[in-house]
Design a protein around this ligand. Structure first.
Ligand SMILES: *Cc1c(COP(=O)(O)O)cnc(C)c1O
Length: 365
């Protein structure tokens, strides 16, 4: 079976470096908020682009929560998000006491700027864009709408590390942006991790206070904070993976380019790349009319598939209970969820595995 993803492959690519770094951290005697975290924060921010800062935190969801809270999003605010996004984005908004307001996506699976204005109310404070599947949202039009209506702009970059729009990496467009370093992500660790990035050092300082019991210096607490720290071991291992980001993204692009060039089944719609975007292929998503039939066929050909995700967040029981959503409220999103299929994509695939996926897709009838 060609797996949908297999994390051990990524580990094996740089096994010696990961093992050396893990031992280095274990032997250092520093396990929480030492130089690995600071070095990772500096190296990640420098790699993303000029003039930004990073605060490492414990996971992507908490990055969203702390970043929004540090930026002043609070009780009673509304934040516009795309309905086909991941539920963690909405949970991050809700943890701040704010309400996520959903809008439908476009043909690239990204937030459709044409739907933003209809969703604005007197309580709307911000637009939170999620750059899904490894491709940037086209930001020019989004920035214009936010400016026009005085809305803050935030970015969920959990799936878009180093995915540029017009040459600028995602994460550098909004007031602040949120990264996950969960193991499957394009920059992932060996456990949980997350980061908040901003060009405003005051926001990053505030996140650093909030992540550490609200403490601005030892035994001095200025905020009702949390314990949401990134640990030294994860930060050390993330530094290794970060140093190989270019090769790792090239590997994914090689797989995707072969898929795009060689798949030619009219029953399977391939993903589109938007103008100004360079796709980093966190996931390779196709569309098929008969989602289950297509998946069954690929399984019979020894190719694993997945759906990200079958039930959209607004139809999850907890969200229906809280906001009273029902089927039919976001038909574009529901239609997507009923037809998208995730194909194998990971940090390394053998050429004959890629061929096997292509042949399975092309022979589907
Ligand atoms: C993975 C993911 C998150 C959550 O990150 P965790 O580190 O798992 O908490 C948030 N948003 C998006 C879009 C994600 O893909």
């Amino acid at each position: 079976m060609v797996p949908i993803n297999e994390l051990i492959r990524g580990f094996k690519l740089y096994q010696k470096e990961y093992e050396d770094r893990a031992l280095e951290v274990l032997r250092s005697g520093y396990y929480v908020l030492g130089h690995q975290v600071t070095d990772f924060e500096n190296e990640f921010a420098a790699a993303l682009g000029e003039g930004c800062y990073c605060a490492g935190v414990d996971n992507g969801l908490d990055a969203i929560w702390l970043g929004l809270a540090a930026s002043g999003i609070t009780e009673g605010d509304e934040v516009i998000v795309q309905a086909n996004g991941y539920i963690a984005t909405m949970l991050g908004v809700m943890q701040c006491g704010a309400t996520p307001v959903f809008v439908e996506p476009d043909e690239y699976y990204q937030l459709d700027v044409a739907n933003i204005e209809k969703a604005i109310t007197p309580k709307t404070k911000a637009v939170l864009v999620t750059h899904l599947y490894g491709q940037a949202t086209r930001m020019d039009a989004i920035i214009d709408v936010c400016k026009k209506h005085g809305l803050e702009l935030f970015e969920d970059c959990a799936q878009s590390h180093f995915a540029p729009y017009k040459g600028v990496n995602t994460g550098l467009f909004g007031k602040c942006s949120f990264f996950s370093f969960y193991p499957t992500k394009n920059l992932g660790g060996f456990g949980d991790g997350g980061g908040v990035v901003s060009k405003d050092p005051a926001i990053i300082d505030r996140v650093k206070v909030l992540r550490n019991y609200g403490s601005d210096r030892r035994y001095h607490n200025i905020a009702i904070g949390y314990n949401m720290r990134l640990d030294e071991l994860q930060a050390g291992l993330l530094r290794v993976r970060l140093s190989h980001m270019k090769e790792l993204i090239k590997n994914r692009q090689h797989i995707a380019n072969r898929y795009l060039a060689e798949m030619n089944n009219p029953k399977v719609t391939l993903p589109l790349i938007a103008d100004g975007c360079e796709h980093t292929w966190y996931q390779f998503i196709v569309r098929a009319d008969d989602q289950e039939g297509f998946r069954e066929y690929l399984k019979s050909q020894d190719v694993a598939t997945d759906i990200s995700w079958r039930t959209p967040p607004f139809l999850q029981p907890c969200m229906m209970e809280r906001y009273g959503y029902k089927e039919g409220d976001f038909p574009v999103t529901e239609d997507l969820c009923a037809h998208i299929v995730t194909l194998p994509m990971m940090e390394f695939m053998e050429e004959d595995e890629i061929t096997k996926v292509v042949e399975a897709v092309n022979s589907y009838r």
